[in-house]
Design a protein around this ligand. Structure first.
Ligand code: GLU
Length: 546
């Protein structure tokens, strides 16, 4: 039996999933799930651009969708690159019916036509150019490269958009014969998307607004092929808070600006920087000059490492960036759901089940959506506070799996549970990671912050260092190494000496963590163990100058 609602997500695999793509996938998934057993959500890989699509990128994409929990219902993934025979059979039949034709224009001729249109201040509209039979035979016998174009019937194309309203589309004078098969023999996006949506029985297409006008081509093809027209809904554009369009290039922009600053301040040449990051120098220089170029994730991280930019200084754009920085998928999904969709009233925090229940196309607005990072961070903080300990340990392990350099990868589940408990109230898993790294450092490798040593331990006649020595004695004599017993012993000392707790806790904190910030100190000491604590105190006291 045919399902009532079939949606799909049809990404072009060029790398990790962009949040805009994730929002499209989420809305399509929610719409299908809202219809329960009558709804299906399908996944199709649009990899007809052979130069840009890679197997690796497809795997990354699937990994992101799985991480988000947006599971698809087709057991066999549809790869467009494997369906050329299907598209070609249909294209051949269109040619034989006179509804499509081979076009032999060279790139030079096309450029000339474009220029002519520009000179005459009209938009370039490609319509069929008659060439004689003889010339056609000559082109064919020469094996001259060609594309296949659809002979688009010239008329107004109008459609109702489920989000943007009726009357979308173009007037007849804007209609042109677009390419349906490229010279490499692959179908274009316009062609494959129409065939596949029809063959997969897709009833509802939700996608980004950048595709709005493409819909005209799709409708024209559907009419020629007698396919039903699905419902179209084009989703609002996602904007940064500064009013610029959120783009996958935002990260590159930030890194590029920082690299330029680094080069001018450090007086290093671009090729020095390139060498330090193991990049080709022409690659780096090309990227610096051309704001359209993008580095891949590994190039980005090599470069940011060299110039001292932290992951947390960069705007997250890809789903992978959010995962790497320690967002929980449930928080990200809840936030993405609100980028254009209003569930009703001022409701914001929702579980996946609630979103499924409430979702409707009617709730999607027309106006641009704002990507408010502070709000997302607040969502994440709340979601982490509400999560069970087991959920958080699982999330932490997932975070660590893509942050292999973190020493927390050596922690047991039980240790991770303790650390997460100590850092209760945290915003991101990255914060938990960074603030707990000192617990996993080798005692003789711990780095001490020189300012902290000066301020907390040396100042006032080495008062802090003296306290530390007293405390060392107390801790080494403790019979029970547990948080309550450590706390009790330190409090007793504080009372005896009539000191504020900070005057004791801060020196201890610097001694064991190297800095003035750490998770709760007594719990940290218990976690670290007595031997490590004492070794660190000794090493630290020895570092305090007279
Ligand atoms: N492959 C297209 C994209 O990634 C799909 C667009 C559509 O949903 O039709 O943008």
């Amino acid at each position: 039996m045919a399902s009532a609602v079939v949606t799909r997500f049809a990404p072009s695999p060029t790398g990790y999933l962009h949040v805009g793509g994730a929002r499209t996938a989420l809305f399509s998934w929610l719409l299908a799930r809202h219809h329960g057993g009558d709804g299906r959500f399908l996944l199709r890989i649009e990899d007809t651009d052979l130069a840009r699509s890679t197997e690796q990128a497809t795997l990354q994409l699937l990994e992101d969708l799985r991480w988000l929990g947006l599971h698809w219902d087709n057991e066999q993934l549809v790869y467009q690159s494997k369906r050329s025979h299907v598209y070609n059979a249909i294209i051949d039949s269109l040619i034989s019916r006179g509804l499509a034709y081979k076009a032999y224009d060279t790139p030079g001729e096309l450029a000339e036509m474009r220029k002519a249109a520009e000179r005459e201040k009209r938009s370039f509209i490609y319509r069929r150019r008659e060439i004689g039979d003889e010339q056609l035979r000559r082109h064919e016998s020469e094996g001259r490269p060609h594309v296949v174009r659809f002979a688009t019937p010239v008329k107004d194309y109008r459609f109702d958009d489920a989000v943007l309203g009726p009357g979308q589309g173009v007037a007849a004078d804007q209609v042109q014969d677009f390419v349906i098969r490229k010279s490499d023999g692959m179908p274009t996006y316009h062609f494959a998307v129409v065939v596949d949506d029809a063959e997969m029985g897709v009833t509802h297409i939700l996608r980004g607004q950048e595709h709005l006008l493409n819909t005209v081509n799709h409708i024209a093809l559907q009419e020629a092929l007698s396919y039903p027209r699905p419902v179209y809904g084009h989703l609002p554009i996602i904007m940064n808070l500064d009013g610029s369009k959120m783009s996958k290039r935002d990260r590159d922009k930030k890194i590029r600006d920082a690299v330029k600053l680094y080069i001018s301040k450090s007086k290093k040449s671009p090729s020095d920087v390139a060498a330090a990051a193991s990049l080709g120098s022409s690659r780096l220089e090309g990227w610096i000059k051309d704001s359209k170029q993008q580095l891949d994730i590994s190039e980005q991280s090599a470069l940011t490492h060299v110039i001292g930019l932290k992951e947390s200084d960069l705007p997250e754009i890809l789903v992978h960036d959010f995962r790497k920085n320690g967002y929980l998928p449930e928080a990200l999904l809840n936030f993405l759901a609100l980028l254009g969709w209003n569930p009703g009233g001022d409701r914001e925090r929702m579980t996946m089940d609630e979103m499924v229940q409430l979702f409707s196309i009617a709730g999607i607005g027309k106006s641009n959506a704002k990507f408010d990072r502070a709000k997302l961070l607040a969502f994440n903080t709340e979601a982490a506070a509400a999560a069970t300990p087991q959920r958080l340990v699982a999330a932490m392990k997932d975070y660590l799996s893509i942050n292999p350099d973190s020493p927390l990868n050596r922690a047991s589940d039980e240790q991770l549970g303790k650390i997460l408990e100590m850092k209760k109230g945290f915003r991101l898993l990255r914060e938990v990671d960074e603030s707990a790294r000192f617990l996993f450092a080798a005692d003789d490798q711990l780095q001490y912050d020189a300012d902290a040593i000066e301020k907390v331990l040396r100042k006032n006649d080495r008062h802090g260092a003296t306290v530390l020595q007293d405390v060392r004695g107390i801790l080494s004599a403790l019979s029970d190494w547990s948080t309550p017993s450590i706390e009790h012993a330190i409090n007793t000392y504080v009372e005896q000496k009539q000191l504020g707790l900070g005057k004791v806790a801060q020196p201890l904190r610097v001694a064991v963590s190297g800095t003035t910030i750490s998770p709760p100190i007594f719990q940290s000491l218990e976690f670290l163990g007595r031997a490590s604590t004492l070794r660190r105190i000794d090493r630290c006291v020895a570092l305090v100058p007279d």
